[in-house]
Design a binder for this molecule. Structure first.
Ligand code: 6LW
Length: 504
């Protein structure tokens, strides 16, 4: 009996350990798009007002995704000047054709639709080729004859032939499908399989009513017939840890298997709210003999996938700052002022300016997505603050929903900002402006502490719903980072290291 039980437990553990848990990218990673080149998969996500823009992740096994760079790394490609956090880069599409990568997207409040190209995925990427179409969520598809189609959102999904080298439309932008009646048909992608053209669309809005639908035609411009079992993917009205599922992109793995990536959220509490932003999920696609696909578990995202996990899902980060500057998976808020970030041998100096985290501007700030529910983010630093200057740790949803644990004069302070209310809730005298500033994230709250190396003091906490997208609005997620603010005089933060680990 004991032997049987041990064998069962071993099998269960082995299976559990080998299964990839969704989401495949944890934390702020909305509007995913994937393309495959031979055995390499590349994933891009939207990035809004964060710079650099459109992160690129690479995988060869669909389990491990490494952030390898960004498509938009220059202000000439990505002007983000004093625009709201929910503007900037919306949904991107990544495609590969005839030896060249194409990324097409929209800079909302920054010029509209454009594409950039590269022969190497790691760049350099070209300057924008602007596309003068009033829409969001542009997608590209090349037919077997080399014709390139642009598909965009609207009251109906619209499509035209395009010259991607110039961005010029070569045919009239025509409505090709209105979807199944869900609000906001968006995120369209055209793809081809066994001679049929498939058009997939997100409907219902990117919240709890989100769904993915599909139609097909014998011709690229239609007419399109809807799939008999639409929505092909949704979690609306389901009891599931995953919600708001939609905005899918299809791809095949070169071995006869089809997959889809999609966005979703993992809300907590009641009413449900989410802080980690919209994340990226992976769904297996099985094609029926009728030429229609079934996604996941009868149109639901599976909790786990039968894919070997090469590395644990918990990838602790221990970042030592110094001459290397800012790590590839960290971002600035809008276009940074380069002179405010000064690499030294064993620290990065963040030099404050008159721009604060309350301003829709470019404060001295760097951060990375919160990617776990149960985690600890430790900023090891030394601050120098003058007058009303401040420097320290930042938990940031947007300018009006955020928390800072910062050094100011001879104190460590905790300030919580919820809409119009911004209050320093605690001041603790300290004998040095150095040590570890800590935020512990939990399912439904954030807790803040200061550790001077000999003792630790907790300054307070905030319920996470006040930093959630449902309360704060927008399309991003909580970012954890460091900052400096100098309304007058010189205030700076010498950032030695950040230790970030967690689970869930
Ligand atoms: C994106 C649209 C959407 O452009 O939200 O979830 C917008 N879908 O397709 C911003 O992410």
């Amino acid at each position: 009996m004991i032997a049987t039980l041990s064998l069962f437990l071993l099998l269960h553990l082995t299976t559990t350990m080998s299964n990839l848990q969704n989401p495949i990218v944890r934390g702020f990673s909305p509007d995913p798009s994937v393309c495959r080149v031979n055995d390499d998969f590349y994933l891009v996500n939207s990035s809004f007002a964060y710079f650099p823009g459109v992160p690129i992740r690479h995988s060869r096994n669909l389990s491990d995704w490494e952030l390898i760079g960004h498509c938009l790394t220059r202000p000439s490609q990505l002007p983000l000047v004093k625009i709201p956090i929910a503007c900037g880069i919306y949904a991107p599409t990544l495609r590969y054709h005839a030896g060249k990568f194409y990324m097409i997207t929209t800079n909302v409040a920054g010029g509209g639709n454009f594409l950039v190209t590269a022969t190497d995925i790691r760049g350099p990427w070209s300057e924008p080729v602007w596309i003068h179409v009033d829409s969001i969520d542009p997608s590209l598809f090349w037919d077997d004859d080399g014709t390139c189609y642009l598909t965009v959102n609207g009251a109906s999904i619209r499509q035209a032939v395009i010259d991607p080298s110039t961005g010029k439309l070569l045919s009239e932008l025509q409505p090709i499908w209105t979807g199944t009646g869900g609000r906001y048909p968006e995120g369209p992608h055209l793809f081809k399989r066994n001679g049929m053209y498939y058009l997939t669309v997100a409907e219902g809005g990117t919240e709890f009513g989100h769904m993915q639908t599909l139609a097909r035609s014998a011709k690229p411009m239609g007419p399109f017939q809807p799939c008999p079992h639409n929505p092909i993917l949704t979690h609306r009205s389901l009891v599931s840890p995953f919600q708001a599922i939609g905005h899918a992109d299809f791809f095949d793995d070169g071995k006869g298997n089809w997959w889809a990536v999609c966005l979703g959220i993992r809300p907590k509490g009641y009413p449900e709210t989410h802080c980690l932003g919209r994340e990226t999920f992976l769904v297996p696609v099985k094609w029926g003999d009728d030429g229609w696909p079934v996604l996941g578990d009868s149109g639901r995202v599976p909790l786990a996938l039968d894919l070997p996990v090469q590395r644990s899902a918990v990838q602790p980060q221990y970042i030592v700052f110094g001459s290397g500057g800012v790590p590839v998976d960290w971002s600035y808020l809008r276009n940074p002022r380069p002179q405010s970030y000064e690499p030294h041998e064993d620290f990065l100096r963040l030099k404050g300016t008159h721009v604060s985290l309350a301003d829709i501007d470019s404060p001295t700030w760097i951060g990375c997505p919160q990617c776990w529910f149960d985690s600890e983010f430790v900023v090891n630093c030394t601050a120098s603050t003058a007058a009303d200057g401040e420097a320290g740790l930042s938990v940031f949803q947007n300018e009006r929903h955020r928390a800072e644990l910062f050094f100011q004069g001879e104190n460590v302070c905790l300030r919580l900002t919820i809409g119009p209310l911004s209050v320093v809730t605690k001041r603790v005298p300290v004998h040095k402006n150095a040590g570890k500033l800590v935020v512990r994230t939990r399912d439904e709250h954030y807790e803040f502490a200061y550790d001077d190396g000999t003792s630790s003091v907790t300054l307070g906490s905030i319920e996470s719903k006040y930093l959630s997208t449902e309360v704060g609005g927008g399309f991003t997620g909580v970012m954890l980072g460091a900052y400096a603010y100098a309304p007058d005089g010189d205030s700076s933060l010498d950032l030695q290291s950040v230790d970030y680990s967690g689970s869930g």
